[in-house]
Design a protein around this ligand. Structure first.
Ligand code: IMP
Length: 179
C-alpha cells in the first residue's frame, strides 16, 4: 500500500479480523439473550470495528457515539481524559456496550466506565478490538476482546498515528516507531 513503507509490519489480516469480529458478535448475541443494547462507540478509533461488529450482533440495538481524547499527536498518553463529544440521549436503564479500539494504559476506559456509572445504566460492558497488556496501568474489565497485541504502536482498521492510517484495511505496526 502506497501510504506504508518498509517500517510497516502486519499483525492481523482483514480475514483474521473479520473472523474474530464474527465470533465476538455471536458471543454478544448469545450472552445478551434478546435484551436490547445501546452500543456506545468511542470515537474516533473504533468506528470501523463498531461498524463491522454491530452487523454481527443479532439483537435490537441503537448506536451512540462519544468522543474521548487522551492522546495528542504523540504515542504517549497524556494521562488526562477529556470528553470531546457526549452522547445525545440519556443512558439510564440501558444495557450499554462500550466499543473501544484498543486498551493501552486503560486510563481512558477506566475514566469512561466511572463516568457512565453515574448515569445509572442497567449494565455496562466492554468490547475492545485490541489490548496491549505490557502497558496496562489500571485493570479494566474487557468482556469481549479481539486480540492481544505486543508493545508496539499499532495502526489500521480505524487506528491512527497522528490522524493517519485509519483507512488501512488490516492491522499492523510501524517499526522503528514514528517520532
Ligand atoms: P489508554 O487510555 O492508554 O488505554 O489509551 C486509549 C486510547 O489511546 C485508544 O482508544 C487509542 O485511541 C489510543 N491508542 C493507544 N495505543 C494505541 C496504538 O497502539 N495505536 C493507536 N492508538 C492507540
Amino acid at each position: 500500500m502506497s501510504q506504508l513503507n518498509d517500517t510497516y509490519h502486519l499483525l492481523f489480516s482483514t480475514e483474521k479480523i473479520a473472523e474474530r469480529v464474527r465470533h465476538l458478535g455471536a458471543e454478544i448475541t448469545r450472552e445478551f439473550d434478546g435484551k436490547p443494547l445501546t452500543v456506545l462507540v468511542v470515537l474516533k478509533g473504533s468506528f470501523i470495528f463498531a461498524a463491522d461488529l454491530i452487523r454481527e450482533i443479532d439483537l435490537p440495538l441503537n448506536v451512540e457515539f462519544i468522543g474521548l481524547r487522551s492522546y495528542g499527536d504523540r504515542v504517549e498518553t497524556s494521562g488526562v481524559v477529556q470528553i470531546t463529544m457526549d452522547v445525545k440521549h440519556p443512558l439510564e436503564g440501558q444495557h450499554v456496550l462500550i466499543v473501544e479500539d484498543i486498551v493501552d494504559t486503560g486510563l481512558t476506559l477506566d475514566y469512561l466506565i466511572k463516568n457512565l456509572s453515574t448515569r445509572k445504566p442497567a449494565s455496562v460492558s466492554v468490547a475492545s478490538l485490541l489490548y496491549k497488556p505490557a502497558r496496562a496501568k489500571v485493570k479494566v474489565p474487557v468482556a469481549y476482546l479481539g486480540f492481544e497485541v505486543p508493545d508496539k504502536f499499532v495502526i489500521g482498521y480505524g487506528l491512527d498515528f497522528a490522524g493517519k492510517y485509519r483507512n488501512i484495511k488490516e492491522i499492523g505496526y510501524l517499526e522503528p516507531p514514528p517520532v
